[in-house]
Design a protein around this ligand. Structure first.
Ligand SMILES: *Cc1c(COP(=O)(O)O)cnc(C)c1O
Length: 382
């Protein structure tokens, strides 16, 4: 057979400013691009392996995992292939098929599919709906109390630290206290937080944390981080009967090549950048403040926001679209002309965006571009 040209060229980031929140935290620093090249070959980290990926000393995976555990304040850390694989590993190790777990109503779909794959029943703590869509400690208490009254045992509680729809930062510390009082361990999904803002798993009362290298830790991935408290090590890091050194839930070895090399190369950069978190949040608030001066633009979710991912209702762009010859595509096309991408084609009623990691000049340019587009068409509306 003959293969087609698969179109493996990409210059999106070189030419444009990408506002897609999914991609803002996964941009590699130069050091990681070098590591990606050095470790491009398959099994490239395995030259000096004596049976355990997490104990390899060249490259220094063992030391790196110790640093990673320090970074999120857990007793142990492992890499997995993504946040979802981390969640599945915890669910699979702690629960039996048919068990009940409690999750938040803002959970990512990967929480649902991981639980489904592990054969678990999910009971949801609803958010408090429009306009904040917030997950509250009271919500967890109510659901856990109800389950307790029904005599239902709960094996695990999961909380999305920052959700991908509204960018709400949940009160993990209070929720962890509540689940612990109910005798239920807490798994905190930090896909949108670990690597952007400081994570202290112990202060957040989390028994387990998972992170996403390609989402928020400046790694090419696919790679995730799984951190756990000592008391769960026997269960989550148990060894194979047949292959005594291999950790079962890790299927022996997890990330074994370029993905882990980029995460390792990025860690010093990530440790530095989280110090700038308060500025990122302030810049996001400023952006929202200016955008909301445009009539018909409102931020949903908790206000003022505590994260860089924001969801805006953008009635104004929908009204413009109704009269524009390009209809819903006008916004995408106007932004693209200005080398701004990451808002879905055809979408004008609302969108999610993030300015995370851009410098102040770029942030100003992005805001001005939205203003310009509104100015250009607003007069047509009357
Ligand atoms: C992106 C995201 C995930 C998925 O992360 P992977 O590392 O790709 O598995 C999980 N949870 C949340 C909240 C996310 O935003």
């Amino acid at each position: 057979m003959e293969c087609q040209d698969y179109g493996l060229t990409r210059n999106t980031e070189k030419i444009n400013l990408n506002l897609n929140p999914l991609q803002r935290g996964g941009v590699l620093p130069v050091e990681a691009r070098k590591a990606l090249y050095e470790f491009s070959d398959g099994y490239s980290v395995c030259d000096y392996c004596s049976g355990r990926l997490d104990e390899i000393s060249k490259p220094m995976i063992k030391d790196f995992l110790e640093d990673l555990a320090l970074f999120v304040n857990t007793d142990h850390a492992r890499t997995v292939h993504g946040a979802r694989e981390g969640k599945f590993a915890v669910m699979h190790a702690l629960c039996k098929p048919g068990d009940t777990i409690v999750i938040d109503g803002n959970a990512h779909y990967t929480t649902h599919v991981a639980a489904e794959r592990a054969g678990l029943n999910m009971v949801e703590v609803p958010n408090n709906e429009y306009p904040n869509y917030e997950i509250t400690p009271e919500g967890y208490k109510e659901v856990l109390d109800d389950l307790n009254d029904q005599g239902e045992e709960v094996s695990l509680a999961l909380l999305t630290h920052v959700d991908g729809n509204y960018g709400n930062l949940s009160d993990a510390s209070s929720i962890g206290k509540i689940t612990h009082n109910a005798g239920v361990p807490l798994l905190l999904n930090c896909a949108y937080s670990m690597g952007r803002l400081p994570i202290d798993a112990k202060a957040l009362n989390a028994d387990f944390v998972v992170g996403s290298g390609h989402k928020s830790m400046a790694a090419s991935g696919p790679i995730g981080v799984l951190g756990l408290k000592e008391e769960w090590a026997d269960i989550l890091l148990k060894k194979s009967h047949r292959h005594g050194v291999k950790e079962l839930e890790m299927l022996g070895c997890t990330s074994r090549g370029a993905p882990i090399a980029t995460l390792m190369a990025s860690l010093p950069f990530v440790i530095e950048r989280i110090k700038n978190w308060d500025n990122e949040v302030n810049d996001t608030r400023e952006f929202v403040k200016h955008m909301e001066k445009i009539e018909g633009i409102v931020q949903l979710g908790v206000k003022p926001t505590k994260h860089d991912l924001i969801r805006l209702n953008t009635l104004i762009f929908d009204e413009i679209a109704a009269k524009h010859p390009r209809r819903g595509f006008f916004l995408y096309e106007e932004l693209k002309k200005r080398n701004i991408v990451g808002i879905k084609r055809g979408q004008t009623k609302w969108f999610k965006c993030s300015l995370y990691g851009f410098n102040s000049e770029q942030k100003g340019y992005i805001l001005n571009s939205f203003m310009e587009i509104v100015d250009k068409y607003q007069s047509n509306l009357d």
